[in-house]
Design a protein around this ligand. Structure first.
Ligand SMILES: Nc1ncnc2c1ncn2[C@@H]1O[C@H](COP(=O)(O)OP(=O)(O)O)[C@@H](O)[C@H]1O
Ligand SMILES: [Mg+2]
Length: 195
């Protein structure tokens, strides 16, 4: 399966989602993460060689893709409508991470309009969900009222997500009791992707 992670805004957990989804998929079948962001965040994360799956740039990708069952593509912020069109054409599922913050949801609404017009297959993932807040519930309600597909799984806001890249690991292997909560979010999301 080919899954691209995209959003109009930066900082919405695209790279974090790409890394953790790839870690989940790798447990099922050989998985390749293609870092298509010029910032090379996923490649930097992979540098200590502690991740369970391979990460390559989009330039190197053609040599590798034939050997993998699942491909996850991490993309850059500020994609143009044309970028979205090409991404949607080149993948089976477009995952759109968004925080429940009003401005991020607003950017998402613009993205979704473009994707709907192209008939793309996409699903929204709520990320960086703060504890004890109704923001995510309200966001989900309004997205579902608009008839938009939203993952049942949600990703909590946890400090471990900010620190795991520094260690070159996923949150699954991060030494912190609460990190388990974060991994279980991506586990549930991964299951929905393969369903
Ligand atoms: N669930 C989360 N909880 C806390 N911090 C997060 C979470 N997801 C991402 N972050 C942090 O937010 C910032 C942006 O995330 P990143 O995955 O790099 O987003 P993008 O690739 O969309 O720019 C990073 O510092 C990252 O560590
Ligand atoms: Mg990124």
């Amino acid at each position: 399966m080919i899954i691209a992670i995209a959003s109009l805004k930066g900082g919405c957990s695209k790279t974090t989602t790409a890394i953790h989804l790839a870690a989940y998929l790798q447990k099922k079948a050989p998985t390749l993460l293609i870092d298509a962001d010029k910032n090379r965040s996923a490649l930097t994360w992979a540098k200590p060689e502690k991740l369970s799956f391979k990460v390559v740039s989009e330039t190197a990708a053609p040599k590798y893709i034939k050997d993998y069952t699942h491909i996850v593509i991490d993309t850059q912020a500020r994609p143009s409508p044309k970028d979205f069109e090409e991404l949607a054409d080149g993948c089976d599922l477009l995952v759109l991470p968004t925080t429940p913050r009003a401005l991020d949801l607003d950017a998402l609404a613009q993205t979704v309009d473009v994707l709907k017009q192209m008939g793309a297959t996409f699903k929204i993932l709520l990320t960086q969900v703060p504890p004890r807040s109704t923001a995510a519930r309200d966001a989900r309600k309004s997205l579902e009222e608009l008839g938009l597909p939203v993952f049942k799984a949600e990703i909590k806001r946890l400090v471990a997500f900010e620190r795991a890249p520094l260690l070159g690991t996923t949150i699954k292997n991060y030494p912190d009791a609460r990190a388990k909560d974060g991994w279980s979010g991506y586990l549930a999301m991964g299951k929905e992707v393969l369903r």
